[in-house]
Structure formats: C-alpha cells, structure tokens
Ligand binder design. Structure first.
Ligand code: GDP
Ligand code: ZN
Length: 293
C-alpha cells in the first residue's frame, strides 16, 4: 500500500504520483465504479501495486476542497494574475478573486505581470501597500524579461497551486516559463501549456519542488457574490479583522452606523479607500441579489 496524489486521468487510467516521486499508472477498484465515485485530479489516494507494476486505487481520502473549473481537488493556493497594464488591472475584479480565495480558505499570492511595461514605480508601491496591508504577498513579474519569476517560484514549493486571472494577462506564459525552468533543473518531462480552445482538455498537475504541484489549466469558480451573506462579507477582507467587533453595534455592517470602528479606521487612513469602496459595492450587490430572490 502506498499513498499518492492523482496528477492526471485519461480513459479510465489514473496517474498517481507517490511520495517517492514515481508516477504509477492505476486503475480504479470496481467498488468505486459501482457506487459512482469518480476520482478527481488532486485526490489523495491509497494504491496497491501488483508484481507487474500496475496500480489499483484502493481508497480515495476525503477532499479538503474541490474546484469545478478546472476540476481539481485539495488545492492549497491560488496565484491571482493581473497585468500591470495591457490590459490595465481591474481592482474590483481582483477583490472578487480575493473573496473567492478567502472563501475557499486558500493561500493567496497576487502577481502583477508585464512589469517591464511600467516605469512608474509609485504606482507599483501604491498597489503593493494596499495588498500587503491585507496580508497578501504581492509579486511583480515579467515573462518577457525574466523578472521576478524566481520570487514567484518560491511561493510554489510544497503546495498545490492554481493560477487565476482574466485572459491576456500572461497566465499561460507564466506557467510555461515555470514548467520550463523546472524541467531544466530536474530533467522531468516538460509540457507546453497551450490555450487549448479546440482540443478536449484534461487537467493535469505539473510537479514542483518539495511535492508541490501547479495546475496546468488556469481558472477559478464563479466570481459572483452568490450565497455570501451580508454579515459574512467583511470576514473576507483580512485588514478589516482588527476592527470587527469594536463598533457600537454588534450587527454593524460598517456603512452609515454611528460609532463604527471600521469607518473611523478608514478616516484615519488605516484602511485603503479602494478596498472599503469595493466592500460597499459588493454589499450592495448582495442586497440586490436578495431582492431578486
Ligand atoms: P493568458 O490568457 O493569461 O494565458 O495570457 P498569455 O500567456 O496567453 O499572454 C497574453 C499575451 O501577453 C501574449 O501575447 C504574451 O506574449 C504576452 N505576455 C505575457 N507575459 C508578458 C510580459 O511579461 N510582458 C509583456 N509585455 N507581454 C507578455
Ligand atoms: Zn462598523
């Protein structure tokens, strides 16, 4: 019996990476098929290897979480990618991504790519200030000029990471670069990450340092505020946490209520206005959704 992680599934075969970093081709025990249990890429499994080196998946361990797009389980981390320009970053969209990452209890890294296009270092500092205040690592990269990639790589060790972000920001370029560099270091099989519009895509975990893996297909689940309660939203803004519970009213949503500790912090300059504004915007969005229901 061995423990491993499913890195790929094709035509009834599952490829399991064991902790000694071997890839073993496995089939599924019949009992799973009878019960309609379908393994996912990312699943931690117990396998048995026969004399011919073929594996059988004997058990699927409980999933920590599970993403629909791309279909992967047991994620640890999301790298949210924006371009510093071309296209310009949409900070409201970034905050939506952050909320989804927080909801799924993932570690979050924010990456601004195409950094060689930006000469204004004040703009970079301002962005960095806002998001490090919220506790997120911010990395600036350029695939074109090989800037910051080493720094980004550091965050990928030992974790299962998915890349997310709008199209055109450079996610595929980053994944190809990381994969290529890993290949140069280890000689392990490389794979070109394409756009794959016209082919059926199988999601795959690409090996990384210290049993880390990177999901080869970028993506993320829904970015709507659906199923978030108004009182819950503030929890997904980490820099708000010190002020929650300090307001006059326990039920304070930090809008126009008197003696609101969060708004006082905002006026003192301790909360970035853009983050607060997006919080208010999302609250209104939740309100509208409730109204439609
Ligand atoms: P994706 O849609 O997020 O996967 O983005 P792609 O990786 O396909 O990249 C979109 C475009 O941005 C392509 O033309 C890339 O060559 C370009 N690109 C990627 N990284 C950089 C970068 O660091 N600097 C610049 N200037 N262009 C980049
Ligand atoms: Zn308040």
């Amino acid at each position: 019996m061995k423990k491993g992680i499913i890195v790929k599934g094709i035509g009834g075969f599952y490829y399991v990476s064991t902790f000694d970093s071997k890839i073993i081709e496995c089939k599924l025990r019949g009992k799973f098929r009878k019960n309609n249990i379908i393994p996912m890429v990312g699943d931690h499994v117990i396998i048995n290897i026969n004399d011919l080196g073929q594996g059988i998946i004997e058990d699927i361990l409980p999933r920590k979480n599970c993403l629909i797009r791309p279909p992967v389980s047991n994620l640890d981390q999301v790298v949210i990618v924006f371009a510093i320009r071309d296209p310009n970053p949409n900070f409201q969209l970034l905050d939506r991504f952050l909320i989804q990452g927080e909801r799924q209890k993932l570690s979050i890294v924010i990456c601004f790519n195409k950094i060689e296009l930006e000469n204004n270092s004040e703009k970079k500092e301002e962005i960095k200030k806002i998001y490090t205040k919220a506790g997120y690592p911010v990395v600036f990269t350029s695939v074109k000029e090989n800037i910051g990639i080493k720094n980004l790589r550091k965050y990928l060790e030992g974790k299962v990471t998915v890349f997310a972000g709008s199209s055109g920001v450079g996610k595929s370029s980053l994944l190809n670069m990381l994969n290529y560099q890993y290949y140069l270091k280890t000689g392990s099989i490389s794979k070109k990450i394409g756009r794959g519009k016209h082919t059926t895509r199988h999601v795959e975990l690409l090996p990384y340092k210290n049993h880390g893996f990177v999901v080869d297909t970028p993506g993320f689940s829904t970015l709507s505020m659906q199923n978030i309660k108004k009182e819950e939203l503030m929890n997904y803004f980490p820099e708000f946490h010190p002020y929650i519970g300090q307001c006059k009213f326990n039920s304070c949503l930090h809008l126009k209520e008197p003696k609101c500790a969060l708004r006082n912090a905002l006026f003192r300059g301790e909360i970035p206005p853009s983050r607060y504004d997006n919080y208010v915007y999302f609250l209104e969005e939740i309100e509208k959704q409730n109204y439609i229901k």
